[in-house]
Design a protein around this ligand. Structure first.
Ligand code: GLC
Length: 584
């Protein structure tokens, strides 16, 4: 194999790095006000280093009214005071570097908060110079009760119309997410320049190594913003993707961002970007090194498997085959190209992977958690690990609706309540959906120990901003797991170490091929690197499953297994057993 045959194997720090994602509100509270903060993160850097991660990505810590947990930014150049000061942030970046890790920050530039000065100016009058920095449109008309009708039929990603009415000038502004999260108008050159300077330039000047680019496929809206065709026959409002996703100028904008970054950085740092692009077939364009847009992207195929196309909280059955295929589709496109991809099962927008894709019962939680760790560590692409995932966190159980916090859940709850009522089938289905799929499962405070009632996230007498998942009492916490050699946490360390030691085939392996794709219990594949073949076999069930060698007569040498008493030569996988081999 030469690099020309597989340009995707060109080594880069950001391809090999395992990136640990931190949700600042819930990671570690250093001053006992109940909110995580930057000093709290700094205090845990050594823990992350010992875990074996190479970089941290910290979700938005900027000044914000927190309508969408910091994804509604009021000032790109200022830390939210509850999280600390800018100086504390620079200190965090420096300390991360001192420990030999990289620092990645979140870049939320499709929209800002209605509290941002740019928006305040824009809304103040129709003739304000920044009026065109946002999408203002007059009502389409007025309904029989005199209420203004939104300019088009686009639905917000969080439910309800994608437009908010503003009485200052009696016009609507576009906001694809929450009611006070206005979309920035990327067609306006001055607006784009201001975004780059404030949101990107400022943080490059302060030493960040990369950006996770929020909603990176949404900046170029469909010209004229017409009504969407009707895809969902049961709704007046239509999913916003048609009008906003991968629009006509999106690649031009990403090239411009990349040029801005390259021109700005003078000290040789190689800046990585990872874009959240959800859906579509543009991933190869976004991540081709020769095109100069982004380093890699997050696709949603595999995490959307099992959720209805029109409404995220309608859980639908799915087969292992569909899920396997969805995972592979996220990275198969890179084979033999100059592109790259990502591996993840969790983030702050997803529930806990053991509950969704493993088995979170006391019997199989640990085994299936280890199995998922092995699967992720064996796949090609940059690996992301979300806080709490390393301890095998599971979804909280049986929480009443009052304990859900997320704006997405609350908005949809109110819509369903108004339309169908509290005791409707629709509400019942919604409750089942959020128990499985709500973003809140990822957002409970990190469980550092078994200390009641706050699990070491903050002092026992402090009041955390959000409820804890009771699972910290059942051994799912850092302190207990560090002490237990059989814990999910210690297994993650082992699996990440194996990934590093065998990085050629584990991180960069190519020519991925499923074995037994149709099987609904077995997830098995091979991939190559030069003369090496990796063979992976994972049993996604509580049954015994037969497994065949990928090559008749080949000898297999075991790299890693998730059972203590692994029998490497056995052709039967026990419940939730996984093994990784070299094939000779
Ligand atoms: C992204 C973020 C999510 C946020 C949304 C709006 O999907 O990951 O948390 O709510 O964008 O910014």
């Amino acid at each position: 194999m030469t690099i020309t045959e597989h340009p995707e194997t060109t080594p880069k720090w950001w391809k090999e790095a395992t990136i640990y994602q931190i949700y600042p509100a819930s990671f570690k509270d250093s001053n006992n006000d109940g909110w995580g903060d930057l000093k709290g993160i700094t205090s845990k850097l050594q823990y992350l280093k010992d875990l074996g991660v190479d970089a941290v990505w910290v979700c938005p810590f900027y000044d914000s009214p927190q309508q969408d947990m910091g994804y509604d930014i009021a000032n790109y150049e200022k830390v939210w005071p509850t999280y600390g000061t800018n100086e504390e942030c620079f200190e965090l970046i420096n300390k991360t570097h001192e420990l030999g890790m990289k620092f990645i920050t979140d870049l939320v530039i499709n929209h800002c908060s209605a509290d941002h000065e740019w928006f305040k100016e824009s809304r103040s009058s129709k003739t304000n110079p920044k009026r065109d920095w946002f999408f203002w449109r007059p009502p389409k008309g007025y309904d029989s009760e005199g209420r203004p009708i939104p300019p088009n039929n686009w639905k917000s990603f969080f439910g309800g119309p994608a437009w908010s009415f503003d009485e200052t000038t009696n016009e609507f502004f576009l906001r694809l997410f929450a009611s006070r999260q206005p979309d920035l108008n990327w067609e306006n050159d001055e607006c784009r320049k201001a975004i780059y300077e404030s949101a990107i330039g400022y943080w490059l000047d302060h030493g960040v190594d990369g950006f996770r680019i929020d909603t990176a496929g949404l900046y170029s809206k469909r010209p004229g913003m017409p009504d969407s065709p009707i895809f969902d026959l049961n709704s007046d409002l239509q999913h916003p993707n048609w009008g906003s996703h991968n629009g006509p100028r999106i690649h031009e904008f990403h090239k411009e961002i990349r040029r801005f970054i390259v021109d700005r950085v003078k000290d040789g740092r190689e800046i990585m970007t990872v874009g959240e692009v959800a859906h579509g077939n543009d991933n190869a364009l976004y991540t081709s090194a020769s095109r100069g847009e982004m380093s890699e992207v997050f696709s949603f195929r595999h995490v959307d498997t099992g959720a209805s196309e029109f409404f995220r909280y309608n859980a639908v059955p799915f087969t292992l085959k569909e899920w396997k295929q969805a995972i592979a589709d996220n990275f198969l496109f890179i084979n033999g190209t100059d592109t790259w991809s990502t591996i993840y099962l969790e983030n702050h927008d997803q529930p806990r992977s053991i509950t969704r894709f493993g088995d979170d019962s006391p019997k199989y939680r640990i085994l299936s958690g280890k199995l998922l760790a092995m699967l992720e560590c064996s796949l090609t692409g940059t690996l992301y690990l979300y806080q709490g995932q390393e301890i095998g966190q599971i979804n909280f159980k049986d929480w009443p609706i009052e304990k859900y916090e997320d704006v997405d859940v609350r908005t949809n709850y109110n819509i369903i309540k108004e339309k169908h009522g509290e005791n409707s089938n629709e509400m019942q289905k919604f409750y089942e959906g959020i128990a499985l799929l709500s973003r809140d499962h990822a957002r409970t405070p990190m469980q550092w120990s078994a200390e009641t009632p706050n699990a070491g996230f903050c002092a026992p007498d402090a009041q955390p901003w959000y409820f804890l998942n009771e699972s910290y009492k059942n051994g799912i916490n850092v302190a207990d797991e560090l002490d237990n050699k059989d814990s999910v946490l210690n297994f993650w360390k082992k699996a990440m170490k194996a990934r590093k030691e065998n990085k050629n085939v584990m991180v960069y392996g190519y020519d991925f091929e499923f074995i037994d794709l149709d099987s609904d219990k077995l997830f098995s594949f091979t991939k190559q690197f030069e003369d090496k073949t990796l063979f992976a076999a994972f049993n996604f069930s509580g049954d015994m499953v037969d497994v065949k060698s990928p090559k008749e007569g080949a000898s297999l040498s075991l790299i890693l297994g998730n059972y203590d008493d692994v029998d490497a030569s056995s052709t039967v996988l026990r419940p939730w057993e996984g093994r990784l081999y070299y094939v000779q």
